[in-house]
Design a protein around this ligand. Structure first.
Ligand SMILES: NC(=O)c1ccc[n+]([C@@H]2O[C@H](COP(=O)([O-])OP(=O)(O)OC[C@H]3O[C@@H](n4cnc5c(N)ncnc54)[C@H](OP(=O)(O)O)[C@@H]3O)[C@@H](O)[C@H]2O)c1
Length: 303
């Protein structure tokens, strides 16, 4: 039986995320009290309800953000972290939504305060996170630039709505962002790279710009010119989703349902699913993610 406030989901599909790979490699420990079975997002149907869950009924088709345990046939999720499967999407597509869309919403729009008409630079534009960030920022009226590691990935970013994609292996993103913004810089930068990107991001931000750090794939430390931060009134911020409270995640879910679910149901925004694997082949799914050959999301078929 699920605990009070939780729904037990019969899992049809589970999304794969880079944090699952980091957890498997031992560099990202689950928060205290959370199962060590990987998996941060699922889609399926409600199999049973714990006490106090009133928003959902048995057999409702849902997708949910979970703190762990998604790679399984059944997975418990707090009621507020469940969302209906958007009309027109199947379970494979719906399982690709929660982790990336919750992360993008709370970082780009809540922390980053991206407003219509502003410019967003998305690093890792072809990642699961990046493909959602590009589409959402465009849908809400921002100009979007993205970095990615190959011409093919750059072309995908442009198809998703980036005005200009920057192949960071051939071009300097600071110079390109300055050029395409008439010297001004980006209003918001969503960064998962860190390390040497941190001072370069500070360089690429417009006055009053916001740098939102969501991962540190290259490294956690950097030397930054805080004179520039002060003189240009920059905000350096960031967050991790997993340890946040059910109440906070529930608030993000409500905002997504109101502002983003209509965009998914109209087809304006769509999850980009690169590949699917049976649950038993989760190791192959991780190998693909580690190869970084994918564009968008990788999803496990559970049943
Ligand atoms: N803070 C949060 O709450 C939160 C939540 C979810 C995910 N995340 C983080 O967001 C990032 C994206 O997650 P995802 O699931 O979308 O992953 P993903 O699809 O595997 O994307 C990662 C991408 O980053 C690019 N990259 C750039 N520098 C890299 C480096 N040094 N090492 C590895 N990859 C590098 C790669 O593309 P290129 O070929 O372009 O280099 C790769 O495709 C991950 O780091 C993840 O941990 C954070």
């Amino acid at each position: 039986m699920p605990k009070r406030g939780e729904a037990l989901i019969k899992v049809a599909a589970a999304g794969v995320n880079r944090p699952d790979v980091l957890q498997r490699q031992g560099t990202y420990t689950p928060p205290p009290g959370v199962t060590d079975i990987p998996g941060l997002e699922v889609a399926g149907t409600i199999a049973s309800l714990g006490e106090g869950v009133t928003d959902w009924r048995l057999r409702d088709a849902v997708c949910a953000l979970v703190a762990g345990g998604g790679y399984a046939e059944y997975c418990a999720a707090p009621g507020p972290q469940c969302l209906p499967v958007p009309r027109g999407l199947d379970a494979m597509a719906a399982a690709a939504l929660p982790e990336t869309f919750f992360t993008v919403w709370t970082n780009v729009f809540d922390r980053g305060r991206l407003a219509p008409g502003e410019t967003l630079l998305v690093h890792g534009g072809s990642s699961g996170i990046g493909t959602a960030a590009i589409q959402l920022a465009r849908a809400f009226g921002a100009r979007v630039f993205a970095t990615a590691g190959s011409p093919e990935k750059c072309a995908a970013c442009v198809r998703l709505g980036a005005e200009r994609a920057i192949d960071y292996k051939r071009e300097d993103f600071v110079a390109v962002v300055k050029e395409v913004t008439g010297g001004k810089g980006a209003d918001v930068i969503l960064d998962m790279v860190g390390g040497s990107y941190i001072p370069r991001n500070v360089e690429a931000l417009a006055a009053d710009g916001r740098l939102v750090q969501i991962a540190l794939l290259e490294g956690a430390t950097a030397e930054v010119d805080f004179g520039r931060v002060m003189m240009r009134r920059l905000t350096l911020t960031g967050s991790t989703l997993r340890p946040r409270s059910v109440e906070e995640k529930g608030a993000i879910a409500r905002a997504l349902r109101e502002r983003v679910w209509p965009l998914l149901e109209s087809g304006r925004v769509r999850p980009v699913v690169h590949a699917t694997f049976p649950l038993a082949e989760a190791a192959a799914a991780h190998r693909l993610m580690e190869s970084s050959r994918h564009i968008g999301k990788i999803v496990l078929r559970v049943r």
